[in-house]
Design a binder for this molecule. Structure first.
Ligand code: HEM
Length: 225
């Protein structure tokens, strides 16, 4: 980040986001104890035994490894400083991220959405998140291949924000627990809020950043990609 950054997120907000991401990654890793082998008394797996080994396990295990990887790669890939410091690594990790998101995170998420604990209303919210994520990853990829780097970064910021919904959702879950307002409707509302609100904020910020301020991205400048 810094003056030359595409999106000048205030440092505090940036490091707070990194801390939250780190926290979710850590909690997810700790939860592996309940997932390997599956403990059907654990929160997330409760009630899933009847269908777990009937195909759901493929999506589940793919998702719990691919999801955290995509979340961990996100901050590195949107970091202007990192891209300038190691452009070749940025390119390789970027390809890995797109293959991972398009090939694993979204398909497994969509399959799991069909068996969402919150029923079809939650499934629809998660399905819409999955399709939006897929769209951002795909168009971001096409823009990079077409060397339209300003567009590429915009799509990648949207993708980063959508992957961050995993963090926002857990934070919202914690908040509703503290406020003691948990219910099925609130859980579904949380899913929508976890990605639509950050995406809306991201969109406002993206629109406020003039194209001319997008560092090194005009077609005349040499892209560092
Ligand atoms: C943005 C695309 C994503 C979609 C569409 C998606 C979808 C889903 C769905 C449908 C479930 C099951 C929810 C239920 O049955 O109620 C789930 C669970 C899960 N997701 Fe994702 N997800 C996405 C991204 C991520 C990311 C980036 C992570 C990284 C941490 C992640 C980690 C997990 C984990 C660990 C679970 C298992 C439940 C738990 O332990 O909390 N997902 N996801």
């Amino acid at each position: 980040m810094g003056n030359r950054s595409f999106l000048t997120l205030p440092r505090v907000a940036w490091w707070a986001a990194i801390a939250l991401i780190g926290n979710v990654l850590l909690v997810t890793l700790l939860n592996y104890r309940d997932y390997l082998p599956p403990n059907f008394r654990a929160d997330f797996l409760l009630g899933r035994e009847p269908y777990f080994w009937l195909g759901y396990h493929w999506a589940f295990y793919t998702h719990i490894f691919a999801g955290p990887l995509s979340l961990a790669l996100g901050p590195l890939l949107v970091s202007e400083r990192f891209r300038r410091w190691a452009p070749a690594v940025h390119r390789r990790l970027g390809k890995l991220q797109l293959l991972n998101v398009i090939g694993l995170v979204v398909p497994s998420g969509l399959v799991m959405a069909c068996w969402s604990a919150g029923g079809w209303p939650a499934g629809v919210a998660l399905g819409a998140l999955g399709l939006s994520t897929l769209g951002c990853a795909w168009w971001g990829w096409r823009a990079a291949v077409g060397r339209r780097f300003a567009q590429h970064r915009r799509w990648m910021w949207r993708l980063f924000v959508l992957l961050g919904s995993a963090v926002a959702l857990r934070a919202l879950g914690g908040l509703t627990e503290v406020l003691q307002i948990e219910s099925a409707a609130v859980s579904v509302a949380n899913i929508w809020i976890s990605w639509l609100l950050p995406l809306g904020i991201c969109e406002i910020v993206l629109r406020r950043v003039p194209r001319s301020q997008i560092a090194g991205l005009s077609s005349k400048s040499a892209p560092v990609h």
